[in-house]
Design a protein around this ligand. Structure first.
Ligand code: GDP
Length: 490
């Protein structure tokens, strides 16, 4: 019997890639929409932070088991064009996942510059409408909270694997009605869950943008880098992946300027903003940010044209400034390129949808329970508890996957009990090794408890497989006949 377990590479190279690719656009029964996974305010507490686990689960269930997930999230002040940008991301991703044809793609890009008039992806539509993230939210604050697009998109990553992309909109921050603690919680949760965080800022990066970022990221760094005995563990890896400042209405862009030059200027601008400062507090702010993110970058979008902020603007592409559209095109290609779009990594591991779901739940509940911003130790506990749960689930799933294949309900072959016992022992060892490789941080006692849970559950599972197997014993009937009638009657 082959008791080697199916590894993740097998799973990601399954043929269901194509099914998933088409399901991202052909899930026609229900129109995709933004799902609110965190809302702010309830009937008796206008600042209550509520996590909607059911909504998150509905999204995560659409991602095949074992597939990695990239999360692109946009945060920033209210009414600075975040939802508008995310709606363009949706349009771009739709184009990317439906025009899976290199020739068509080449025609849309016109990179060969051969003089033939070719269309760009954003020219194939008349209007982005308002069916994506609700970008014309108006002045009312009914959008406050965290929203995730209900339908994951599926793209190939740099290893050629298919991964899911989730888009997140964090709304209602830095306005005068949201308390500082709530702002930090929203910002915090969106940083913890994303692999590519876009910090949308108006016209320039200001000192208070940096302070806000440093405040949260310092908490978060402690959360994922300290161990529960409150000793700091210094990891080589910075805890979070990409933080990109996206400067809206960037005013220093000359019409004639080429776009490569512009990207270079934005990088220089960022260097200038985060370069060393003499004042101690300013310098600390910068060091905190640098310690948290593996990549910090910057991009600028010019003003989209005077029609865009108007009330009667419906998203008509013809009314949007050409320079803005070209920069937007460049930006979409940059964000969703294989070089930049990476699966979410937590504690050095690329996570699957199920794992990410467990983390988001743990973090969201932590924010929901606390009246103020949680302590670093609480955050670490939440992180390690979610990690332990993931380790338990992975270890059990690996065992069941193989055991079901050799002795599950669909099997016809009877296995001698001694052989089945040996298989069980071997698989238990493999599962515990997997558990040990995942449950690597947090309280030793909690890890030990979870390890015992794996052992107990695998033993319980084994009982079930063993009795299923016994039922297939061809001699079972004879044994029954061998029992003396008097005993059987008793
Ligand atoms: P959000 O609250 O940050 O999500 O902002 P929205 O995406 O809802 O946009 C708010 C308003 O700003 C809408 O009227 C948009 O048409 C407009 N808008 C979108 N993008 C830009 C931009 O880059 N610059 C300016 N000045 N306005 C924009």
């Amino acid at each position: 019997r082959d008791i080697s377990s199916k590894d993740e590479d097998d799973i990601t190279s399954d043929n269901n890639v194509d099914t998933a690719l088409s399901s991202s656009v052909a899930d026609n029964n229900v129109m995709p929409e933004p799902f609110q996974i965190v809302s702010i305010g309830s009937a008796d507490d206008k600042f209550a932070f509520t996590f909607h686990e059911d909504k998150l689960n509905l999204i995560m269930q659409k991602i095949p088991p074992g597939w990695k997930v990239a999360v692109v999230s946009v945060v920033g002040a209210f009414r600075t064009g975040k939802s508008f940008l995310l709606s363009w991301f949706l349009t771009y991703l739709h184009h990317l996942t439906t025009s899976n044809n290199e020739k068509e793609e080449a025609e849309l890009i016109d990179e060969d510059n051969d003089g033939v008039t070719k269309q760009k992806w954003f020219e194939t539509i008349d209007s982005i409408g308002n069916k994506g993230f609700h970008w014309r939210g108006g002045k009312e604050r009914n959008t406050t909270g965290i929203w995730m697009w209900s339908q994951p998109h599926f793209v190939r990553n740099d290893k050629g694997e298919t991964m899911a992309v989730l888009l997140v909109d964090s709304q209602g921050m830095f306005d005068n009605e949201t308390t500082m603690a709530l702002t930090t919680s929203i910002f915090g949760l969106s940083t913890l869950l994303s692999s590519y965080q876009i910090y949308n800022v108006d016209k320039r990066i200001q000192e208070d943008n940096l302070q806000q970022l440093a405040l949260f990221s310092e908490y978060a760094r402690l959360a994922v880098q300290a161990d529960s005995s409150e000793q700091e563990v210094v990891l080589d890896e910075k805890p979070f992946q990409t933080m990109e400042f996206l400067v809206r209405d960037w005013q220093h862009f000359e019409e004639e300027e080429d776009y490569d030059q512009m990207e270079k200027e934005m990088a220089d601008y960022l260097d200038q903003v985060i370069s060393e400062r003499e004042a101690k507090d300013l310098q600390e702010t910068r060091e905190q940010i640098m310690a948290c993110f593996q990549t910090i970058s910057c991009f600028g979008l010019s003003h989209p044209g005077l029609d865009v902020p108007k009330k009667n603007f419906q998203g008509e592409v013809a009314k949007i400034d050409d320079v803005f559209l070209n920069l937007l095109d460049r930006y979409c290609r940059r964000v969703f390129s294989v070089e930049n779009l990476k699966p979410k990594i937590i504690h050095g591991r690329e996570v699957t949808a199920v794992e990410l779901g467990a983390y988001i739940k743990a973090y969201a509940e932590m924010f929901a329970n606390g009246a103020s911003f949680p302590e670093a130790s609480t955050m670490l506990e939440a992180t390690s508890a979610a990690n332990n749960t993931n380790a338990v689930n992975m270890a059990i799933a690996q065992y069941k996957d193989t055991m079901s294949r050799i002795a599950g309900p669909k099997c016809n072959n009877y296995i001698r009990p001694k052989e089945l016992q040996d298989d069980h022992r071997q698989l238990m060892t493999k599962s515990l090794a997997l558990f040990d490789s995942v449950a690597t941080f947090g309280s030793k006692r909690a890890i030990e408890g979870c390890r015992q849970t794996v052992i107990d559950q695998l033993n319980d599972e084994f009982e079930v497989y063993a009795s299923l197997n016994a039922g297939r014993n061809p001699l079972a009937g004879f044994e029954t006949y061998a029992i003396p009638l008097s005993v059987a009657a008793a």
